[in-house]
Design a protein around this ligand. Structure first.
Ligand code: ADP
Ligand code: ASP
Ligand code: MG
Length: 440
């Protein structure tokens, strides 16, 4: 049986006609590349605007009752220039007019946001001479907005196996009532993973603008080392903590079927990129730490109460106050008479009064202290469990850089150490940790 490779190309890989021509070259160079998932056109330069962002602006203008035709005209022009330079026949004006008509029925923002990948995929399908398969017909959410995996995998498999190849738009699917729903931003990575799983692909290639998963954020560290091999678990930790090259949820569909992911660079297709699988090839030698990632924008709510340790269920009741206000917690370090809950600052600020009232009334604490402006950094590596002195090296590196550590948490699987620092120290900390912890 011939092999199947599912390929997903991100926004920068499809930002203009010359990028799309590169993509066609990559796809046509290997006949095993049969299912292509496309993003909307991304930025052509640093100051450019992604089509998805233009679509969201268009929606907010429309929702406010403002004139949105100028923004829609910019979107039309982006596609018109791609179509002109590709030399294909495609009636973009008719497509944009149809979207405009649909908008008058006041559909949710998701409908409009999804049109970026919808139009780009139709154009790419035309250029490649491949069939187009609308994601709304093969990706299904249930009433709660979660992916209906069984229906999606089955329907997608039945549809795609009848075709020699196909272009499928990323980022969206349909709700039980037929309306369009998108994944969260960057969600075309999830679509690629779902397609790979549905067609039982041998590999899921995720093509982007860097030569793989890097051991630190390239916008902070100068030319960080490429991670050649990484496990699904390490990838999940790093992407969740901020390594934004792959959507944090993209690992799940392929991991369940043991399909490896290969992150590749459209602008440097000869590079091997990063291979992500359940285990590493036996001959691969790596250091204790595989990568470092982080994010800003956290707050810590510290609750103190004498003899808290004697009050059964104190922690559970505290976390329940956050969960009933719809706020997930990120970390929860505890002392004997203190417990801290680390949460996303924006989410917390929106519910601050309710949460503080709940803690005061229901838990009668001695003190509540709120620390804002925290950045969380994860140092991740499956090799850490068997190497002594990793934590000591981390603390020495940060002390050497003059960084005050505000929080420490070690994952129970001993494959990550999470450090909280002031947002102002974030970039300095990432550089210090990269210098000390990654072999380069
Ligand atoms: P695409 O449009 O192809 O989906 P993204 O912009 O979503 O691409 O992701 C690629 C970008 O992720 C890179 O250009 C890089 O700036 C950023 N990035 C952040 N952290 C990392 C990391 N650890 N490794 C690689 N890229 C990273
Ligand atoms: N175009 C969408 C976004 O900008 C989805 C994606 O690119 O993955 O978020
Ligand atoms: Mg992306």
């Amino acid at each position: 049986m011939s092999r199947i490779i599912t390929v997903k190309f991100g926004g920068t890989s499809l930002a203009d006609a010359s990028q799309i021509k590169k993509v066609a070259g990559i796809v046509k160079s290997n006949p095993e590349r049969k299912c292509l998932v496309a993003s909307a056109p991304g930025k052509r330069s640093k100051d450019d605007i992604k089509v998805t962002d233009l679509l969201y602006s268009c929606y907010s203008e429309f929702a406010k009752g403002d004139e949105y035709s100028g923004t829609l005209a910019k979107i039309r022009e982006r596609y018109a220039s791609i179509i002109r330079e590709l030399g294909i026949t495609f009636d973009i004006s008719a497509e944009i007019d149809a979207i405009d008509q649909e908008m008058r029925k006041y559909p949710p923002a998701d409908f409009l946001a999804s049109r970026g990948e919808y139009l780009n995929s139709k154009i790419i399908a035309e250029f490649l001479g491949w069939p187009f398969v609308d994601a709304a017909e093969v990706i299904f959410f249930n009433d709660n907005g979660f992916l209906d995996e069984a229906k999606t995998f089955l329907t997608m498999n039945e549809r795609l196996r009848e075709l020699p190849c196909a272009v499928i738009p990323g980022f969206y699917g349909s709700m039980p009532d037929g309306s369009i729903k998108t994944f969260s931003r960057g969600g075309s990575d999830i679509t690629g993973s779902i397609v790979a799983r549905s067609v039982k692909a041998d590999i899921y290639e995720n093509w982007t603008d860097v030569s793989g998963m890097l051991s630190a954020d390239p916008r902070i560290v100068d030319s960080p080392r490429v991670i050649e091999y990484i496990t699904y678990t390490e990838l999940r930790e790093l992407s969740y903590m901020g390594a934004s090259v792959l959507h944090e949820d993209a690992v799940f569909p392929v991991r369940a079927a043991g399909i490896p992911i290969n992150i590749r660079n459209t602008n440097s297709p000869g590079d091997n990129g990063t291979l992500i699988a359940a285990t590493l090839p036996p001959d691969v030698k790596r250091g204790a730490v595989t990568g470092i990632a982080g994010r800003k924008g956290f707050s810590s709510i510290r609750v103190e109460k004498s003899q808290m340790n004697g009050e059964t269920g104190f922690g559970a009741r505290l976390l329940y106050i956050f969960s009933r206000n719809g706020i997930p917690f990120e970390h929860c370090p505890t002392g004997i008479d203190t417990i801290s809950v680390v949460v996303n600052s924006l989410m917390f600020e929106a519910k601050r009064d309710e949460i503080l009232r709940g803690i005061k009334n229901e838990l009668a604490p001695d003190f509540i202290t709120i620390e804002k402006g925290l950045a969380m950094i994860a140092v991740v590596g499956e090799g850490m469990v068997s190497v002594k002195g990793v934590a000591a090296k981390i603390f020495t590196a940060l002390a050497g850089a003059g960084v005050n550590i505000r929080m420490i948490d070690q994952g129970s699987d001993e494959m990550n150490i999470i450090i909280g620092v002031d947002e102002a120290d974030y970039e300095k900390s990432i550089n210090a940790l990269y210098g000390a912890m990654i072999e380069h």
